[in-house]
Design a protein around this ligand. Structure first.
Ligand code: UDP
Ligand code: MG
Length: 323
């Protein structure tokens, strides 16, 4: 059996405008990793930050050869930043963790323990979200509930804080070609042996949260369109319902006509028109969301572009050929 020292653990840290907190986060993570007795590397992915996140990470990279940093050419979003990290990680196990210490690095040894016991994916699940604001919490709750119910994948309380075995990373990178990803869903979809750990969301250490109503909405649409076509079927159902309603209204109209009171029913007509109109608009929107998804995928543009990187050449040679 190989000794622990032969295992390489990669930790991927997506960072967008995190210049204030990145040094503390990376130092805390490296301290924890140092205590595991395993070989390690930390990959900071600067997701097109507008502040000096890249320079701050570069300083860390110069001081410690096991820290690597890459800068994306612009802000591609956390999903793309995580993918960039996964594609460049050389570890036998890869851990994804936020740059703001809201995901406690202290959990890493337990994740590694589960991995050594045979888990291919270790999900860190949020026990509470006290670190998040109330409106955000409620909205995340609603979205997750909808994605879980409709998409058939359990993402309630899921977080992006995860450990993935090399085999799983290779599958995500090579076998799942979709560009717009929802990693939380994909890691549940893959299967393999999953294991769960629970954590409390800490307060953000420095800087501010990047999530907005619209970014969450966008992620939810991506999640829904990538895991279920149920909304399209609901459109058909709506059509059938309106048709049944139509039969009743038509019967009523004919009845009135033969009784010689055909002109009444203006309100009914307007209500029907508005109802049917809104059903059609919503349906077009739903179909549009799927067409947009197809269009984005068909264009085949890369999920991210790398502008600069540092520290990757310092990796032991046997680990270089992962791409
Ligand atoms: N992040 C990123 N790209 C983005 C937005 C966020 O890489 O476009 C990173 C961010 O730096 C942090 C993590 O994703 O490490 C989580 O972001 P944030 O803390 O803003 O989200 P929250 O914890 O509030 O859900
Ligand atoms: Mg955060």
């Amino acid at each position: 059996m190989a000794s622990d020292l032969n295992f390489l653990v990669s930790v991927v840290v997506p960072a967008y405008n995190e210049q204030q907190g990145i040094a503390q986060a990376v130092q805390t993570i490296s301290l924890v990793l140092g205590g595991t007795g395993m070989d390690w590397e930390i990959i900071v992915v600067d997701d097109g930050s507008r502040d000096n996140t890249y320079l701050a990470a570069l300083e860390l990279c110069k001081a410690e050869p096991r820290i690597r940093v890459m800068a994306l050419s612009r802000n591609f979003g956390k999903e793309s930043a995580m993918l960039a990290g996964l594609e460049h990680a050389g570890g036998d196990a890869v851990i994804i963790i936020d740059a703001d210490l809201q995901h406690p690095p202290d959990l890493i040894p337990q994740m590694l323990e589960k991995w050594r016991q045979g888990a291919d994916i270790v999900h860190a699940v949020k026990r509470n979200r006290n670190g998040d604001s109330l409106p955000k919490r409620s909205m995340v709750y609603l979205m997750n509930k909808m994605i879980s119910e409709l998409g058939g994948i359990d993402v309630e309380n899921a977080s992006d804080f995860k450990l993935l075995d090399r085999e799983v990373v290779d599958i995500i990178v090579r076998r799942l070609p979709e560009r717009q990803r929802f990693l939380r869903g994909l890691t549940s979809w893959i299967g393999f042996s999953e294991s769960y750990l629970y954590f409390d969301v800490e307060e953000r250490q420095a800087g501010e949260s990047k999530w907005s109503f619209f970014s969450l909405l966008k992620l939810s649409v991506t999640a829904l369109t990538s895991f279920t076509t149920l909304p399209l079927q609901i459109v058909t159902l709506l059509g059938v319902l309106t048709m049944i309603l139509g039969f009743f209204v038509a019967a009523d109209a004919l009845f009135s006509f033969f009784n010689g009171q055909a002109v009444s029913g203006f309100a009914t007509t307007i209500i029907c028109l508005l109802l049917i109109g809104s059903f059609i608009m919503i349906s077009l929107g739903v179909i549009g969301a799927y067409i947009a998804r197809i269009y984005e995928e068909v264009k085949g543009r890369p999920a991210y572009l790398v502008k600069a990187s540092s520290g990757f050449d310092k990796r032991p040679l046997r680990r270089q050929a992962t791409e």
